[in-house]
Write a protein that binds this ligand. Structure first.
Ligand code: FMN
Length: 275
């Protein structure tokens, strides 16, 4: 029996379905970290990112809104991997600018793509109960967004793509993201960064979201947090991105205070290229 279990584990490890190895019997349930998964992570990540432990992530103090907040989505299955290291650099910069931050981990739970049922147009959220609605609830209180992804085959990760498809389809119904600044950040070992950036930026461009830039495109190169931190130009670009995001958020807030509101929108036209 033990031999059969070991064989099955080796096979699953070989095909890379590490999350399947997380038995429901383990503390934390089905998605508890498995020894095999931890062993894999340990091989690649020999250190943890340097972060400011005192990140200020609460939006409200009592019922009164105290300051602005940016939600940073980690679209990697690695909780403390390269993408996280890049997001942490922006988060630290935002914190220095007195902007609150929260990192939203997609984790390793499978995320379905959009099935195009149109339920969100009726109920203002997705009918599937997962990270998408969890994020959308937080998003209504956030002022800006960062979507980070590892490059997977010259694209954003499959999980982030499924997640963003559904988040932004719901947004057509409830418009909680419209007119809020956003940026994409991608990390990769070697190539495909600009294609992945283009992909993520398109969600913002169709949602009336001002896109925040930097001194270079928002990409950092490395196969591990240590390598990411060695990309000094990439890391500097992320700090510049954080400062640019803070500047834009403060400018929008100041604009609102002096009567400059978001533009009025015409009733939406949809012609579907049918003549
Ligand atoms: C399925 C998969 C596909 C990948 N495709 C690419 C790629 O096209 N280009 C590249 O430079 N790196 C690629 N990589 C490497 C990752 O982008 C790189 O290891 C990154 O640092 C991982 O970030 P993370 O720790 O946040 O997951 C790929 C990795 C995986 C797992």
């Amino acid at each position: 029996m033990q031999q059969q279990q070991d064989l099955l584990k080796s096979f699953l490890k070989y095909v890379g379905i590490s999350w399947l190895m997380r038995g429901a019997h383990q503390p934390g349930g089905f998605y508890a970290p498995s020894p095999i998964c931890e062993a894999n992570v340990g091989r690649r990540y020999t250190g943890i990112p340097r972060l400011q432990p005192e990140w200020n992530s609460s939006v409200h103090e009592g019922s009164e809104r105290t300051s602005m907040k940016v939600l940073l989505v980690n679209g990697s299955p690695h909780e403390k991997g390269s993408t996280y290291t890049a997001l942490a650099e922006v988060a630290n910069t935002l914190n220095k600018q007195e902007i609150k931050v929260e990192i939203f981990q997609l984790g390793v739970k499978p995320i379905s793509g959009c099935i195009g049922c149109g339920t969100c147009a009726k109920i203002g959220k997705c009918f599937m109960r997962d990270q998408v609605n969890e994020f959308l609830e937080k998003a209504s209180d956030a002022d800006g967004f960062l979507f980070g992804s590892p490059v997977h085959f010259a694209s954003a990760s499959g999980m982030l793509t499924c997640f963003m498809d559904r988040v932004f389809y719901v947004n057509f119904a409830n418009r909680v993201l419209d007119n809020k600044p956003a940026a994409a950040v991608v990390v990769c070992r070697r190539g495909g960064a600009t294609a992945a950036l283009d992909q993520i930026n398109k969600y913002f461009a169709i949602s009336n979201m001002p896109m925040v830039g930097s001194q270079y495109w928002n990409m950092v190169h490395g196969n591990s947090p240590e390598e990411i931190r060695k990309d000094l130009e990439g890391m500097q670009g992320l700090r510049t991105l954080g400062n640019n995001m803070a500047w834009l958020l403060k400018s929008i807030k100041a604009g609102k205070a002096s009567g400059i509101n978001t533009p009025e929108k015409e009733p939406r036209m949809m012609t579907n290229f049918i003549r």
